[in-house]
Ligand binder design. Structure first.
Ligand SMILES: C[S@@+](CC[C@H](N)C(=O)[O-])C[C@H]1O[C@@H](n2cnc3c(N)ncnc32)[C@H](O)[C@@H]1O
Length: 488
């Protein structure tokens, strides 16, 4: 264009920057942006986006510096340029700069939106600034409510910002605030589908099925089922995260990580050293599930998940509700239940739904009598579930104070675990039983999960003694010498 003595304008620069950015030519994109400044051309939203991506490619943490170098004062003061700048600060973990830009935006009377606020709140989350995050969240809602009725898209856009504020309150030990924010998100009537946990559906349990942590959890579940069925009164078993029901240990996915070798297989080989009692009852249940599904005598190729185990204990007077949010495990669950539930009028209720939302909104298809609730969220997204877990325990206890709730959690961060214990104990207002187990040579930050715990609110009284008797043998067999059972 220069050779043809044509002068490029904003549109031609935008197109060129966008083309460079698409082909990863970020140096050229940044050079063109510099030329625009020299030519005193104001970048529009397309160049802003293209150049922001180019800068992101050039250096993740240096992005905000690039933004500052390009001289934001010469930029047109639009929502999108400010949002790009705040996002740059967020990526560069510069929460103070993000707040400064948000303040400037306000002073310049440029309309802020869910994108600019969302980036600011995420910047505060990264900087562990929970007070600033909460205050920005309030400003965001005020700004949205002040301008017009909240649009559908703005409502959806507000959800990630809300989750970011909840997470920073949670990691800062501000549980009461985190719970308030969750409640306000539900009360704000943002589209409930959008309020669903963003991580639901990403995790496939088949990779972990039958591993040591699964076995530990399921042995405790068996103890709870045995105690619940020792009383003739009916009860409902509610599995908030049911998974696929049963798992084929010869499947490609299971064989990829072979977690079951250190778990259920190791335990079955060491069964004799565990003696009679809880562990033996659990192994019998695994075998009888294999037999029910037609596996050869004493085979262990099929691993029963929590719904399949529970199904073995439930009596005609009892009922069950299984929640599963993701399509693939839900279909497997449906097939497993059809195979295991021989008795047509004794079928569990299957719900392909987000259990957190259903419980939070009070849409509960079970009576308020005796209940055992298992909350078994996916490990990889447990952080984004922590406030939800505490919130639904509170809702369940508000509805039926004597509900027995068992919550599984990973042992990753000691501070977070202590904070979770404190929070559940204070909201339960009574003693909570905890069992934890850690594998031998567990390495902090190792790829496989090395330890986990189960927290039980309103445990049937005999469970404590059952766990004290079973864990030494279980720990030896699973090479998990570090275990404990305690009352909070
Ligand atoms: C750890 S696995 C469950 C394992 C199962 N409880 C067992 O012991 O065999 C967690 C499951 O929860 C599902 N899930 C994740 N978020 C959910 C939600 N909000 N509501 C219902 N299911 C959810 C995942 O798709 C996954 O299948």
């Amino acid at each position: 264009m220069w050779e043809a003595t044509l002068k490029p304008d904003v549109i031609s620069y935008s197109a060129a920057i966008s083309a460079c950015e698409k082909r990863d030519q970020w140096q050229h994109a940044l050079a063109l942006l510099g030329e625009m400044r020299v030519a005193k051309l104001e970048p529009d939203s397309a160049t802003t986006l293209g150049s922001a991506r180019a800068r992101r490619a050039s250096s993740g943490s240096g992005l905000w510096r690039c933004f500052a170098r390009c001289g934001r004062r010469s930029w047109s003061k639009t929502s999108s340029t400010y949002s790009a700048g705040i996002s740059a600060c967020e990526k560069g973990e510069q929460w103070q700069r993000a707040l400064t830009l948000l303040r400037e935006m306000c002073e310049a009377k440029v309309e802020s939106n869910v994108i600019s606020y969302g980036a600011g709140i995420t910047a505060c989350e990264k900087g562990r600034q929970w007070q600033h995050a909460v205050s920005l969240l309030h400003d965001m809602w005020n700004a949205m409510l002040g301008t017009r009725a909240i649009s559908y898209n703005a409502g959806i856009g507000a959800v990630p910002a809300h989750y970011a504020a909840i997470r920073v309150c949670e990691v800062s030990g501000q549980w009461a605030k985190a719970l308030d924010l969750l409640e306000s998100m539900l009360g704000a009537r943002v589209d409930t589908a959008a309020a669903k946990n963003p991580d639901a559906g990403r995790y496939l349990h088949v990779f972990q099925a039958g591993g040591p942590m699964d076995v530990f959890k399921h042995v405790i579940l068996v103890a709870l089922l045995q105690q619940m069925t020792s009383d003739v009164d009916p009860f409902t078993f509610i599995d908030t995260h049911a998974g696929a029901g049963v798992y084929d240990l010869n499947s490609e996915e299971s064989l990829r990580r072979r977690r079951f070798e250190e778990g259920v297989l190791r335990l079955s080989r060491a069964a004799d050293s565990c003696g009679r009692g809880l562990v033996a009852d659990y192994l019998d249940a695994v075998r009888s599930c294999n037999q029910a599904l037609g596996a050869p005598q004493r085979a262990m190729g099929i691993y029963p998940g929590s719904p399949a185990l529970a199904w073995q204990w439930l009596r005609p007077q009892d009922s069950a509700v299984f929640f599963e949010a993701a399509a693939e495990p839900y279909e497997s669950l449906r097939r497993s239940v059809a195979l295991l539930g021989r008795d047509a009028d004794r079928r569990p209720v299957l719900l392909r739904d987000d259990s957190y939302l259903r419980i939070a909104l009070g849409h509960l298809p079970w009576p308020s009598g005796r209940q055992l609730v298992l909350i078994d969220p996916p490990y990889d997204s447990v952080q984004s579930h922590a406030t939800w877990n505490v919130y639904i325990i509170r809702r369940l206890l508000q509805r039926s104070p004597s509900t027995c709730v068992a919550l599984w959690y990973p042992l990753v961060d000691e501070e977070q675990v202590a904070s979770l214990h404190g929070q559940v104990r204070s909201l339960a207002g009574r003693s909570v039983l905890v069992a934890e187990m850690r594998l031998e040579n567990s390495l902090p930050g190792g790829s496989a999960l090395q330890g986990s715990g189960m927290l039980i609110v309103n445990p049937p009284p005999a469970v404590h003694a059952q766990l004290l008797a079973a864990l030494p043998g279980l720990g030896r067999a699973l090479r998990a010498p570090d275990y404990r059972v305690l009352w909070l």
